[in-house]
Write a protein that binds this ligand. Structure first.
Ligand code: AGP
Length: 618
């Protein structure tokens, strides 16, 4: 993970620009932060870095004129969070500085080699080897330039990296990537250039970008940007525009990004549907899929690969694909898939789901799927990200920038895309009647306003959270389409409030978890009017018989649930819909519940401890 940023150009407050960019990348890690720059009229590298968040480190920086700077915000992998392990890292002569996002898997061997050659290491990180390796090649016999030295150094690295490098001897930034994102930002008048781990940090300065591909190197000076491949051969790249504006990446008066993102969901569902859900025609269409009808009919199996929240979206996708399109579907943790020698063929469609498009486990599995001959499709939020570029086909979800570490609106946008995809495949494969399809499409179009209704009553959920936030453990129960939702709800609670919560398919409760139930172990249960309603009512009875407290999410007008609950239990009502669409309406109260519990506990909602938004290491 980690976020890196860099600036070179006409402005002489380069470090301030880099700090600004770093604070927009902080969701990628916030264990420590730092910058390195070359002061105007000086040939030394200055470094300001420390443990803690970008703002803490910025307070230690005393403004100096500089037109060249690199910076880093860290999520610790190798070496504890500390000042010495914070980036940037320097070479022995302190003439070079590097920032790195990724993991250097062969760093121990490289470190040994460099130490034997006399290099002195100061940190416990894997990243520091990059600085010493570049030093090894740089100015050897006064011939090599910084870019040549970087090229020679990265040829020896194994693992993943996005790096930016400066030297006190040359006015340039050299950036390179393998497996970790690097986006070059181009100033309006081509007299300044930026480097960032994502487009969001570039937004205040430019919307013209060049995302690097693996193996590419960018050489940036004040008025020039050259991209080459690893053999120094120039690569022609297209300038890509960022499709959203600065305002959509701000908090808009909400206390936290997460709250803003939860409230954006009705709009986001509409955006994802736009032009794809044809209510008049009673069907769904997805242009980006670019599959011939014949190819869709020939799909013999779908495998969803994803992590975390995106995996939960995939689990719901399995229910949808099997019920609507009648395609046998599996869901795999991306971190497991690659290493289990998957059996694949050209009729297997592997669908990678990822908000960021940069999750290392998902990228690795997608590549494995391609190598083993499967057809691949990406469901991605970040335009131009690695997964979006590497999957053979793609569906963008158009959720806009998601800054809160806990994913919310990306999840609802992902499932919107999955409903659309299942309906599309179902129609082409003739597994759903025109009549049923029309009914589903019409109700689908009403979902955003039903979600809005829940948000309008967010205070009810806040009151429930105020009564339950002090528990240490929770059981979350749901069945069918709502099973992935309880997994997602429990993940939200764990991530941001640090309350332990276990999501379970309700039918399994009697096979084990029921042993934990007592008055100190409350249960969140999704109890909507579907084909398993009565079974869930039985679960509630069983919990009540053991004095467990209940929070039930149920449909408006359901008087029966209340009858079996006691005074310390709570009910959250949601609007009625078709059983298939309840996930949209049941996930929102769970997101809000987690948010309000975390708020009450004084947690850092947008940047929970130990987490990072984008997990770019395997
Ligand atoms: C969700 O709240 C998490 N922060 C995390 O599980 C996330 O969904 C996961 O890391 C996958 O990220 P991606 O969607 O960007 O691939």
């Amino acid at each position: 993970m980690c976020g890196i940023s860099a600036y070179i150009g006409k402005e002489n407050n380069a470090a301030e620009i880099v700090f600004n960019m770093l604070s927009r990348l902080e969701y990628r890690g916030y264990d420590s932060a730092g910058v390195a720059y070359v002061k105007e009229g000086n040939d030394k590298i200055s470094v300001v870095k420390d443990i803690g968040m970008v703002e803490n480190v910025r307070e230690q920086y005393i403004s100096e004129h500089s037109d060249l700077c690199i910076g880093h915000t860290r999520w610790a992998t190798h070496g504890e969070p500390s000042k010495i392990n914070a980036h940037p890292h320097l070479d022995c002569k302190q003439e070079l500085a590097i920032v790195h996002n990724g993991i250097i898997e062969n760093y121990l061997a490289l470190k040994k080699m460099l130490e034997d050659e006399g290099h002195k290491f100061v940190s416990a990180t894997d990243s520091e080897v990059i600085a010493h390796l570049i030093e090894k090649f740089y100015n050897k016999d006064d011939v090599l330039t910084l870019e040549d030295a970087v090229r020679q150094a990265i040829a020896l690295l194994r693992g993943s990296y996005g790096i930016a490098v400066i030297s006190s001897k040359e006015e340039k930034i050299v950036a390179a990537r393998l497996g970790s994102p690097i986006i070059v930002g181009i100033g309006k008048d081509k007299d300044e250039y930026f480097v960032s781990s994502d487009t969001n940090a570039l937004l205040p300065y430019t919307n013209s970008t060049i995302p690097l591909n693996d193996g590419e190197i960018a050489i940036l000076t004040k008025n020039d940007c050259r991209i080459t491949n690893k053999d120094a051969i120039p690569v022609q790249k297209k300038i890509e525009k960022i499709l959203y504006d600065l305002q959509s990446a701000e908090k808009d008066g909400y206390a936290h990004y997460m709250l803003k993102e939860i409230f954006e969901q009705p709009r986001v569902i509409n955006e994802t549907m736009r032009g794809r859900l044809k209510v008049e025609e009673g069907l769904a269409k997805l242009g980006g899929v670019r599959m011939k009808d014949e190819e869709i009919r020939n799909i013999s199996r779908i495998i969803f690969i994803a992590c975390g929240t995106s995996l939960h979206a995939g689990m719901l996708g399995k229910y949808l694909m099997e019920e609507i399109a009648r395609i046998p579907t599996e869901v795999e943790y991306a971190s497991e898939f690659k290493y289990k020698f998957p059996v694949l063929d050209k009729n297997t469609l592997v669908i990678a789901i990822s908000q960021s498009g940069e999750t290392a486990d998902t990228i690795a599995s997608l590549r494995e799927a391609r190598e083993r001959g499967a057809n691949t499709l990406g469901i991605v939020n970040v335009v131009g990200s690695t997964i979006a570029r590497e999957a053979k086909k793609g569906v963008y979800i158009y959720a806009g920038p998601e800054i809160g570490v806990a994913s919310t609106k990306a999840f609802t946008a992902q499932i919107t895309a999955l409903y659309l995809l299942s309906l599309y495949f179902g129609r082409i494969r003739n597994t759903i009647s025109g009549f049923a399809l029309r009914e589903i499409v019409e109700e689908f179009a009403r979902i955003p306003e039903k979600v809005q209704k829940i948000l309008d009553n967010a205070n009810v959920i806040k009151d429930v959270a105020d009564k339950f936030y002090n528990y240490r453990d929770f059981l979350y129960l749901g069945r069918g389409y709502n099973f992935p939702i309880v997994l997602e709800g429990a993940l939200k609670l764990k991530e941001i409030s640090y309350i332990h919560a276990e999501g379970y398919p309700a039918g399994e409760m009697k096979h084990g978890p029921i042993a934990m139930i007592d008055e100190n172990f409350p249960t969140m249960v999704i109890l909507v009017k579907d084909n398993v309603y009565n079974k869930l009512m039985n679960n509630v009875e069983e919990i009540k018989a053991r004095h467990g407290r209940i929070v039930a999410i149920t449909t408006e007008g359901d008087g029966d649930v209340k009858k079996i609950l006691k005074e310390h239990d709570e009910v959250i009502y949601i609007p009625k819909t078709l059983p298939i669409f309840y996930p949209f309406l049941t996930v929102v109260p769970l997101q809000l519940f987690a948010y309000f519990c975390a708020l009450k506990l004084g947690r850092n909602v947008d940047k929970p401890r130990n987490l990072a938004k984008s997990v770019t290491v395997e």
